[in-house]
Design a protein around this ligand. Structure first.
Ligand SMILES: O=P(O)(O)OC[C@H]1O[C@](O)(COP(=O)(O)O)[C@@H](O)[C@@H]1O
Ligand SMILES: [Mg+2]
Ligand SMILES: [Mg+2]
Length: 340
């Protein structure tokens, strides 16, 4: 064994070191955020291990209950939710938790409270669990709005008020992508070390992409701007080549590919579901925060996604996110439609 190569590995940028470096940039910081993040990272490692053994550990299939969205919960939905709720409460740094799997927000016991609120989708892409296709966890972090008894208003904040956001993708490798408001970095779990190692520093999404990602099965119910945009992707009139369609059906995986390769991911509203399917607090906001931090943009069909002010915990919104120029194209179609 080439010991020098092995020795080299101690110089690796782990997520722990990365976060401590970030913390050192805030001299007044007491390390609360680093502690919170280390508990989120622990949750991701736990779920990553459970997902990789799902078939063996009988974690495939339904849990037998439905969640607030009326969706049948998968066993891994329930397990992941338990893992993150426990990890976040035991961090001693949270006051309010909002999960896709819990109808009500969780208000942490005053004795264990901290200054952060975490919104999260413990397992995203549930329809892909049983066939082993990439799934993930999505999270966003807010600061309590003030020194008061925490209320639901502390999480019903616009996405632009988020302090940090990220996702962890459980795929061929386990990748954690995070932003604390100054750029986006990706870390890959090294199972032999049990450590997330910086593998994708300072991710910047290409200005324009060659891929569009949407569930075309909903096409008959789309509004005119969405239909026109997808038509343009397939049959461009400006001499450029048609875009390729890629759709995994797990937002984490479709957004991860979009972030690295460029292009656009869209889950539009339609006649059947005017607000689309994806939830504002723990899907739309965290992904929009990351896309903007990587130089892309996120649009609801009406406004910048991060300017949305949610009024309900599990509110849904149409979303168009990706490369700056690609989202500009769809914004222009909606603007033209609005002009009539
Ligand atoms: O099957 P559809 O309608 O295309 O929806 C797929 C979308 O639904 C989701 O699975 C919803 O998320 P959950 O799996 O967390 O409920 C997204 O990950 C994905 O983008
Ligand atoms: Mg989801
Ligand atoms: Mg989910």
């Amino acid at each position: 064994m080439d010991h020098s190569a092995e020795a080299q590995r101690t110089d690796l940028m782990t997520i722990t070191r990365f976060v401590l470096n970030e913390q050192s940039k805030h001299p007044d910081s007491r390390g609360d955020f680093s502690i919170l993040l280390s508990h989120i990272v622990l949750g991701c490692k736990f779920v990553c291990s459970a997902v990789s053994k799902a078939g063996l550990a009988k974690l495939i299939g339904l849990a037998g209950d439905t969640n607030v969205q009326g969706e049948e919960q998968k066993k891994l939905d329930v397990l992941s939710n338990d893992v993150f709720v426990k990890a976040l409460v035991s961090s001693g740094r949270t006051s309010i938790l909002v999960s896709e799997e819990d109808e009500q927000a969780t208000f942490v016991d005053p004795s264990k409270r901290g200054k952060y609120c975490v919104v999260f989708d413990p397992l995203d892409g549930s329809s892909n669990i049983d066939c082993g296709v990439s799934i993930g966890t999505i999270f966003g972090i807010y600061m309590l709005k003030g020194d008061h008894e925490p209320t639901i208003e502390d999480v019903l904040q616009p996405g632009k008020n988020m302090l940090a956001a990220g996702y962890c993708m459980y795929g061929s490798s386990c990748t954690l992508v995070i932003s604390t408001g100054n750029g986006v970095n990706g870390f890959t779990l090294d199972p032999s070390l049990g450590e997330f190692i910086l593998t994708h520093p300072d991710i910047k999404i290409p200005k324009k992409g060659k891929i569009y990602s949407v569930n075309e099965g909903n096409a008959k119910n789309w509004d005119a701007p969405t239909a026109k945009y997808v038509e343009k992707c397939k049959f461009p009139q400006d001499g450029s080549s048609p875009k390729s369609l890629r759709y995994i059906g797990s937002m984490v995986a479709d957004v991860h590919r979009t972030l690295l390769y460029g292009g656009i991911f869209l889950y539009p509203g339609d006649k059947k579901s005017p607000n689309g399917k994806l939830r504002v607090l723990y899907e739309v906001f965290p992904m929009s925060f990351l896309l903007e931090q990587a130089g892309g943009q996120a649009f609801t069909g009406k406004i910048r996604a991060l300017d949305l002010v949610p009024s309900k915990l599990h509110e849904r919104s149409p979303i168009f996110l990706g490369s700056f120029d690609d989202v500009e194209d769809i914004k222009a179609l909606y603007a033209a439609e609005a002009k009539g």
